[in-house]
Write a protein that binds this ligand. Structure first.
Ligand code: ADP
Ligand code: SF4
Length: 684
């Protein structure tokens, strides 16, 4: 198959300064927590994107000097010559496929606590640094400003030596000294670098000019600018400073990479920015002010939306971070006319969360993400079946669907049995809730792939018992029957059943999924701390109910700090009129009334009346079937519980577990033992 001619424009080459990209697919810089700590994994992660057809493949942020380093994070590092070899591996890998390699050079300043170098951070003016680190940054002298210019130039020269084609000057995400200079919040200087916007832009202009002079003959110099901080008058605004800055520097860089700040706005989740191209309203003006190519992002996964961006003159290159994580082969699939094979990002930010917790990247949709080197997994290829054996997968949720699909691709004769009339398990249910519609993509992608695999037989509306399975005489059995929310309140705060729960009618998320409508005053007790408690509160408010959410944590949906959603969730719940009581645990429940206590001062207790109580605490594996089969284990070659049935977790964990089990079935490499390849420090 070949591509539809209407997508030809996406495959046109484009000159960027002294270099030319072969197409319009541009993997913008994005973190993956591999970086200098796991360089071989980093190289393979980027190499696969080049193989997948991205015309430009960029690094993550790359520190340029020890006075601005972000330990414990593992992003990129290019302090001196010693850091070049892993970068050279990366650029060689990207060039193998005729793609361009870009590097985002960063001086982190207020974003860099210097936990490794222990050098006091610097800032335009003396101020506190980001987060709640109890340290402050010192004000930069003119000598420091001179040094920072030099460090950018040195890093750009090192980048050129390492083989990069595009070198970034970065003022985005509130993570770079140049953005800090632009902002009056941080820049209270009275010299030529502070005060007027012209003065605040001065350092950016100087660095752009110096970097161009240093490497501009061979490398394109890209300017990454957050044109709006989405803080109204309290921050940079596209219609004011954003427009003026672009106007002042319009023709200086070879490429404008424009977005919104902070990271939570740039990488907004689908729950808060459901639409593809959501940044257009902020960045569309840029092309009217410059003749240089413009790249921007917006969780683009559809070829039509991409073409529209280019044809309408919004941007010249389609930038993507998350869509390239969910599907590194997105460009190739468009090129080959295989749109239905695209694994669309669901906008959940599990990828971001890994970076936030300083762990290697993972992705809900793409279980091979971050595993390319570690396990030698390729997102599009899987080893052939080792035998003609049949395989039964029980349960058509994320784990079962991924497992059945991959086993089907391996060539096994697969039977996938699902108790209900539809596939999808938890994603089919959760995607009905406010803001989670895109979660259905986890099902949709796999359902359409499975439908095209003649060797995968689907049996819907087919709840299997242990006897049924024993009768089938299939030798490989994978049980993916999911999990059930607990009714007893056991969770993170409570090791034992909450007093009184057995005597009242308690609802759980499973009841909400199956259509039970809460009534009257609703009390939600969230001891899970991920998204579901907050989403159910939102749903109940939309249904016009009085909602009171109680959580033992000091914030609602606290784990979503890692998906960059927590503040947005708390604001949304408050604006919807949900009553929030944080730092309180549920002590006991009786008909119509709950007693809660402050987790720090237990004697501070209060009664909360309710008509419906919903407990969102923790889940139990739905493993009755697996347990019933275990005594007959010797009748099978494989009997394995996977996904939530094995250990309830994220959707990403279930997909991964299904994938792992499919790879491991009759595999020469035992993916469970030895675990995986590790990168060891070079003791020389
Ligand atoms: P996971 O996230 O691990 O994939 P889910 O809870 O999303 O788990 O999906 C589990 C699926 O298994 C659900 O669709 C459920 O209907 C199905 N299921 C549960 N028990 C059986 C059974 N005995 N036979 C067939 N399907 C089952
Ligand atoms: Fe998209 Fe979620 Fe994958 Fe990130 S983890 S790329 S947001 S699907």
């Amino acid at each position: 198959m070949s591509r539809d001619p209407k997508y030809d424009i996406l495959f046109e080459p484009l000159q960027i300064g002294p270099v030319t990209t072969k197409n319009r697919f541009y993997q913008v810089p994005h973190c993956n927590s591999l970086g200098h700590g796991r360089p071989l994994a980093e190289v393979e992660n980027r190499r696969i994107k080049a193989e997948g057809g991205w015309g430009v493949v960029c690094t993550q942020e790359v520190e340029i000097h020890p006075s601005a380093e972000i330990t414990p994070s593992f992003e990129g590092r290019l302090w001196d010559e010693k850091d070049i070899p892993p970068h050279r591996l990366m650029t060689d890998a990207v060039h193998e496929f005729g793609s361009l390699a870009g590097i985002e050079l960063v001086y982190g300043a207020l974003h860099a606590p210097n936990n490794y170098s222990r050098i006091a951070p610097m800032s335009p003016s003396a101020t506190v640094i980001h987060g709640n680190y109890p340290i402050q940054a010192r004000a930069m002298t003119l000598r420091d400003i001179h040094d920072i210019r030099e460090w950018h130039v040195n890093a750009a020269k090192l980048a050129r030596k390492a083989g990069y084609d595009i070198v970034y000057v970065y003022a985005g995400h509130d993570m770079s000294i140049l953005q800090h200079f632009l902002k009056p919040h941080y820049n209270r200087r009275s010299d030529q670098y502070g005060g007027s916007l012209e003065n605040r832009v001065r350092l950016t202009r100087e660095i752009l000019t110096a970097v161009k002079e240093a490497v501009g003959d061979q490398c394109a110099v890209a300017m990454r600018l957050a044109v709006d901080e989405l803080r109204g008058e309290d921050g940079l605004r596209a219609e004011c400073e954003g427009r003026d800055i672009i106007g002042m520097l319009a023709e200086l860089p070879d490429l404008w990479d424009v977005n919104v700040s902070g990271w939570d706005n740039d990488s907004a989740t689908a729950r808060f920015e459901p639409m593809e191209g959501f940044q257009e309203k902020y960045t569309a003006f840029v092309k009217t002010l410059t003749s240089k190519p413009v790249v921007g992002v917006g969780r683009f996964t559809s070829a039509d939306a991409m073409v529209s961006q280019i044809k309408r003159g919004v941007m010249d290159l389609i930038g993507a971070a998350r869509p390239s994580i969910a599907d590194p082969f997105l460009p190739r699939k468009i090129e080959e006319g295989r749109l239905e094979d695209i694994r669309e990002c669901i906008g959940c930010n599990i990828c971001v969360a890994q970076d936030m917790i300083v762990a290697p990247i993972r992705c809900t949709q793409n279980p091979t993400q971050g595993e390319e080197w570690k396990r030698n997994w390729h997102p599009e290829n899987i080893q052939k079946a080792a035998s003609d054996d049949g395989v039964l997968v029980v349960g058509g949720g994320p784990a079962g669907m991924e497992c059945a699909m991959q086993l089907g691709k391996r060539g096994y004769a697969v039977t996938l049995a699902e108790a209900t009339k539809t596939l999808g398990g938890r994603v089919a249910l959760e995607s009905q809730l406010p803001g989670l519609a895109s979660y259905a993509r986890v099902r949709d992608y796999r359902e359409s792939q499975i439908a095209r695999l003649p060797n995968v037989q689907l049996y819907l509306d087919n709840r299997l018992s242990a006897e049924d399975i024993l009768e089938l005489e299939i030798r490989h059995i994978l049980i993916a029957t999911g999990s059930d929310w607990r009714r007893d309140g056991i969770g993170r705060r409570h090791a034992f059943s909450i007093e009184g729960v057995e005597s009242v009618s308690v609802l759980t998320p499973d009841d909400i999924f199956s259509g039970t409508k809460p009534q009257g005053r609703v009390l939600i007790y969230d001891d899970d701390h991920y998204y579901l408690g907050g989403v159910i509160a939102e749903q109940c408010r939309q249904d016009g109910l009085d909602v009171h959410l109680v959580t033992p944590d000091s914030k609602v949906s606290s784990w979503t700090e890692n998906t960059l959603e927590q503040e947005k969730i708390q604001s949304r719940l408050l604006s919807l009129g949900v009553s929030l009581t944080t730092s309180h645990e549920l002590l006991r429940v009786s008909e119509g009334s709950a007693q809660i206590a402050n987790v720090y001062l237990n004697e501070h207790q209060q009664e909360i009346p309710f008509d419906t109580i919903i407990l969102v605490t923790s889940r139990l594996p739905a493993d009755d079937l697996y347990q019933a089969l275990l005594p007959h284990q010797n009748r099978f070659k494989t009997l394995l519980a996977i996904g939530d049935c094995n250990a309830p977790g994220t959707i990403a964990a279930a997909v991964y577990d299904g994938h792992l089990a499919a790879r491991n079935l009759e595999s020469e490499v035992d993916f469970y033992e030895p675990l995986f390849r590790r990168e060891m420090p070079d003791l020389g």
